[in-house]
Design a protein around this ligand. Structure first.
Ligand code: TRP
Ligand code: SF4
Length: 332
């Protein structure tokens, strides 16, 4: 894994607005972004055009999802004074560079992209035999290359797209002249966050705890969360190492509580109901500032709009300059 070196690097990342953010997105991506913005020049954007690639048939909730996502980011600590926060569809340069890159990208590069086939298998109910869906990584390459970032923080699943971005940059640079530096990935530290059913937390499994869930909802979801299946009766001994509730303890509880649960679960000294209550307390304490932030921002929608407006202005300045270089290199 590459970590940004000391000193100011440029960092860019995006997220597709496909619904409400859950704990997995928060811990996996946002906590990482938050740390990066302390030291680096960061650009974070909502990839709403990317959401179209799978949701083109129903576009009714795109604006709502954009604003929910921005609210979650800001509430979770993305600081618009440090980071440039914007929405992809407000920067036409993304679409223009996408078009120009499309001219030089061989179709087989896209057809052998592993996420292309995987997603098509996974989302059988939609017709994804579209031009836009195949070109998803070209749009992503345009998103990235416009800002010439040193690092792109992403999850493991995005590595093929980043590799493709570098291949596209190399092809452009060798066809015309060197314009694009090759961006490096910055993998998120958090591995996967487990959902309430014991599988990876994912919207498509319906096992998420969302940042927008109110306290009673969070507590209720934890109550029904799976535990070590060996603990049927209160007196059955358990193994925290195979229990997803214990995974949450490791994230949200104090060292003392983690230690205590680890010991008492094995001897049936603690029951799952009490154990879950402990984890809920830790989780609620960590989520409370996010809930407050969400409430504040929801009460003042104009504030989110101002932030995005200013972010889009700053992003446009950079994107515009790169596009000029591109046009110049291509003699357009
Ligand atoms: N494909 C990314 C995802 O699904 C979202 C994305 C779009 C992105 N453009 C990007 C991520 C540019 C990083 C950089 O998570
Ligand atoms: Fe899991 Fe806690 Fe129950 Fe042990 S006591 S099985 S760690 S919920």
């Amino acid at each position: 894994m590459t970590a940004p070196k000391a000193g100011k690097s440029r960092v860019l990342s995006g997220m597709q607005p496909s619904g409400l953010l859950h704990l997995g997105n928060w811990l996996g991506a946002l906590e990482n972004w938050k740390e990066l913005q302390e030291q680096h020049e960061c650009f974070f954007f909502v990839a709403d055009w990317h959401a179209l690639s799978t949701n083109y048939a129903d576009t009714s909730r795109i604006k709502e999802f954009n604003r929910e996502m921005l609210t979650d980011w800001l509430a979770a600590g993305i600081d618009p004074n440090r980071s440039t926060v914007f929405i992809q569809s407000r920067i036409p340069e993304h679409a223009i560079l996408h078009l120009l890159l499309a001219m030089i990208v061989p179709i087989p590069w896209l057809e052998r992209n592993p996420t292309y086939k995987e997603k098509q298998e996974e989302i059988k109910e939609k017709d994804l035999s579209t031009y836009g869906f195949l070109g998803y990584p070209v749009l992503q390459a345009a998103d990235i290359l416009l800002y010439k970032p040193d690092y792109v923080p992403v999850g493991k699943d995005q590595l093929p797209h980043l590799e493709l971005t570098r291949e596209i940059a190399r092809r452009f640079n060798s066809l015309y002249r060197p314009v694009f530096p090759e961006p490096k990935e910055h993998l998120t530290k958090f591995p996967k966050v487990i959902g309430t059913d014991g599988r990876k937390m994912s919207k498509s499994y319906g096992n998420t705890i969302n940042l927008s869930d109110a306290e009673p909802v969070v507590r209720q979801k934890l109550k029904t969360m799976v535990t070590d299946p060996a603990r049927v009766k209160r007196t059955d001994k358990g193994n925290p190492d195979i229990c997803p509730v214990y995974d949450f303890h490791k994230i949200f509880s104090s060292a003392h509580t983690i230690e205590q649960v680890n010991r008492d679960c094995r001897t049936a000294g603690i029951g799952c109901i009490d154990c879950k209550k402990l984890v809920a307390d830790g989780m609620v304490a960590r989520m409370a500032p996010i809930w407050e932030g969400r409430a504040r921002l929801t009460a003042k929608p104009s504030q989110v709009e101002e932030i995005v407006h200013e972010g889009s202005r700053r992003a446009t300045a950079v994107a515009h300059r790169t596009l000029e270089e591109v046009n110049d290199a291509m003699q357009i």
